[in-house]
Ligand binder design. Structure first.
Ligand code: ADP
Ligand code: TYD
Length: 212
């Protein structure tokens, strides 16, 4: 992958209840403190644009065919890349996204069983750059923990969305696909043992040396 962008792209991934949301905002504040001269853009998928947020509402609630779900995830991503991510990276900004394409491979692929070939095609189509390279995060934090632990952590207050309603077997398959991708691309992934206390995880994130 060639990447001429002066910006830096970080994504947070993991199964629902892994602890991403707990850490992402403090992490973004940490980066802002360390790099007061750089703009930091916080965003999320599915979402990140007006259209993307409308698609998110559909994706998280409406039952749909698996291919439809994957196409809508990538449609939202295309808009997100065109409107938010690429312009920010070109301008030298640091982009921090709560989820990106690894989530499609893990949830629609690992969890729901969409073929890797179809996902690879969508990825090329949506993340392909004019020079033939693929837009990918520079760094991906994978919050990893067993599905049973995540299940116990998920909100008992807020009603679960379509994905949060899935069973343990689904989340174990999602987790295994995330782990497979992390193993295949160790330079991009940083694996966080999300069974640790929030304090221990924060200490680990704070201590990490990043090539920003
Ligand atoms: N390391 C942790 N240990 C125990 N509970 C945690 C930990 N990290 C987060 N939590 C709690 O688990 C729940 C889910 O965390 P959250 O950050 O919303 O997960 P995610 O965004 O990955 O779905 C929240 O109630 C949060 O306070
Ligand atoms: C980006 C993406 C998310 N998802 C799923 C994972 C999550 O269950 C859901 C939304 O993610 P998330 O924002 O983590 O949920 P919340 O903050 O409301 O807990 O969308 C996919 O299935 N495929 C994708 O490509």
């Amino acid at each position: 992958m060639t990447d001429q962008s002066p910006g830096y792209f970080i994504s947070f991934e993991g199964i629902d209840g892994a602890g991403k949301s707990t850490h992402i905002e403090s992490f973004s504040n940490l980066i802002k403190q360390r790099h007061p001269d750089r703009d930091v853009v916080m965003t999320r998928e599915p979402g990140g644009t007006q259209l993307g947020e409308q698609l998110r509402a559909l994706l998280l609630e409406a039952p749909m065919n698996l291919e439809t779900e994957a196409l809508l995830m990538f449609a939202a991503r295309r808009e997100h890349i065109a409107q938010v991510i690429e312009p920010a990276l070109k301008a030298g900004k640091i982009v921090i996204s709560d989820r990106f394409t690894d989530a499609s491979f893990a949830y629609q692929g690992g969890g729901r069983g969409l073929s890797l070939a179809k996902l690879n095609d969508l990825e090329k189509w949506v993340q392909g750059r004019p020079d033939g390279s693929l837009l990918q995060p520079n760094l991906t934090f994978l919050f990893d923990l067993p599905g049973s632990v995540a299940e116990g952590r998920r909100s008992k207050v807020r009603a679960p969305d379509k994905f949060e309603k899935m069973d343990l077997d689904f989340f174990e398959k999602v987790r295994q696909e995330y782990l497979r991708r992390a193993k295949a691309d160790p330079n991009r992934f940083y694996l966080v043992d999300a069974t640790q206390t929030p304090e221990a995880i924060w200490h680990e994130l704070e201590s990490l040396k990043m090539k920003l």
